[in-house]
Design a protein around this ligand. Structure first.
Ligand code: C5P
Length: 253
């Protein structure tokens, strides 16, 4: 294959220059990291599963009128996306207490919140992506007040879509993170959902058993991450037929 210009390499994905102006190729790696890179491993097949699942969610969002950066999947590990200006925020929506919120407020993991809560972290690995109030975002010019109003309503629509889709396959959406990009259509800025949507950036619990099916399996050493992601992909009906990962045989007593 012809060498492509590398644009950016992140912890779980690589961006290459795309075949047409205004596009990138997004490559999904098998690398898993947690604790801002403190814990690392290679989970065979993760990139293939996340490529498929992110395609599934981005296409679904497009179908209900929420714009995304996704154009089309190219192969097992790559998708064609639109170039966007990434707003330097992690937009987090929480339905149940978990992770950093449960820790910060001393809440029990899984406690229902009175309503979905949207929060923002400033994207900066060196600072550990600190939580920031909207006041900072506007004062520092990372996004305008109008952008923030649009981002909150978009994040809540994404939450409704993802919660409903996951509930339909027996999974509770505890929380998730999305990133938002700005694109320019003839001088007019438009906000779109960018980056990826996959179990790497969601908390997903089985409705019946409470079993964790997301990156917490890796963060907390709860078992085999590829098995958990394979289960989510299987339930969503997007399990690639020739994914390299095969669940290991389990001993039946
Ligand atoms: O760790 P915390 O509880 O703040 O995470 C909230 C949600 O955002 C989780 O679903 C987590 O997977 C996701 N997240 C992420 N990338 C980060 C931080 C959080 O995808 N850098």
């Amino acid at each position: 294959m012809a060498r492509r210009k590398l644009i950016y390499e992140g912890k779980a994905k690589i961006l290459y220059e795309g075949p047409e102006p205004g596009t990138y190729v997004q490559y999904f790696k098998d690398d898993a990291t947690a604790g801002n890179g403190a814990k690392k491993d290679v989970i065979e097949g993760k990139g293939v599963l996340n490529n498929r699942m992110s395609e599934f969610f981005m296409v679904g969002l497009g179908n209900i009128g929420i714009p995304t950066h996704f154009i089309r999947r190219i192969n097992m590990r790559e998708q064609l996306i639109r170039q966007v200006e990434i707003i330097p925020l992690e937009v987090i929506v929480r339905n149940f207490a978990a992770g950093s919120m449960a820790k910060r407020l001393g809440m029990e993991e899984g406690a229902a919140l009175p309503r979905p809560i949207v929060e923002f972290s400033y994207k900066d690995d060196k600072l550990g992506d600190p939580l920031v109030p909207e006041e900072y975002i506007i004062a520092f010019g990372w996004a305008s007040q109008q952008d923030m109003d649009d981002i909150v309503s978009m994040a809540l629509r994404v939450n409704d879509f993802l919660s409903g889709t996951m509930y339909g396959v027996g999974i509770k959406l505890i929380d998730f993170k999305i990133e938002i990009g700005r694109i320019w259509d003839n001088e007019f800025p438009r906000l779109v959902v960018a980056d990826e949507i996959s179990p790497d950036c969601c908390r997903l619990w089985d409705v019946e058993t409470g079993q964790k099916l997301d990156k917490d399996v890796f963060r907390q050493d709860l078992g085999n991450l590829a098995d958990a992601y394979t289960e989510v992909a299987r339930r969503l009906g997007v399990l690639p037929s020739n994914v390299t990962h095969r669940p290991k045989p389990t001993l039946i007593n």
